[in-house]
Design a protein around this ligand. Sequence first.
Ligand code: SAM
Length: 279
Amino acid sequence: MVVAYQQENDNQIHLCVTEKQYAELSGRSPVSLSDFEVILALCSAVLSCPGLQWNRPIDSLELFAGECSISSGEFRERREALAMDINFGPSNDIMTDAGFANTVFQILNTKPAGALWAAPVCSTWVYLSRGSTGRSASKPMGFNTGLTLQHNIMVARVCVILCIAVAKQIWWCLEQPKGSLLEGHILFQKVLAMRHVNVYRTCCSLGHFGADSLKPVWIYSSDTRATEFNEFADRSLRPSNPNMVRHYQDGSGKARVTGGTALKSSQAYPVKLLGPRFI
Ligand SMILES: C[S@@+](CC[C@H](N)C(=O)[O-])C[C@H]1O[C@@H](n2cnc3c(N)ncnc32)[C@H](O)[C@@H]1O
């Protein structure tokens, strides 16, 4: 459940993901709002914020942009795109109140029927980290601590952004490595179950678009356009970077696998992927 609370003195809406977290942060018992009331309160807070520029709406928004491949494709097509990533500054950090408010502003400032691409951090959702996150198909939210909790909140915030995108008829795509348990997040499940929302999941392999490893990804899309991405795939490509994973034996001689030196770099989309075809 998403809960929100308003500080008595600063007139800001803060968003949490569980009542327990709310109680920890505020030291008060939670004022529980329904998910829709939270979204309403957030939009209304941002829309009434003085000084925001609404006169230059954007065509597309890329969240967790990294190398900005999607936005670069948009620019090449002469569309107004905005890329957000924590690496571009604190105002881009979706985990802070200010960064999240900024993200809500940017989706509100995206043209109706525009586009949204989001690739939330996947490290705690993937198979490799299941031992430390406690996530499984039957318990996708995992442990309510540390990075696992942080990523649960991150995805809750992404779901709020998706709901606003749905209301504005923005075509949204959410990307995760194939097998990610993010699909089981309680709020993402609510998004998938929303009436009048059809979500399509397409599997693309980044290696078929020029990446140096095959890396299959799932793209959840609010319409069928993402199913067409594979029309541009070159399945004759068989890339395999040997440094994606490292196999080793632990102290007791048990075979183990962990991320290799090239794993991090595999998150960037190959230039040939999606960009020019995004809208
Ligand atoms: C899975 S990668 C996405 C990579 C991207 N698709 C690309 O082509 O480079 C996740 C991105 O989320 C960013 N990120 C991590 N924490 C964030 C936060 N709190 N707010 C915004 N972005 C964040 C990271 O810097 C990273 O670039």
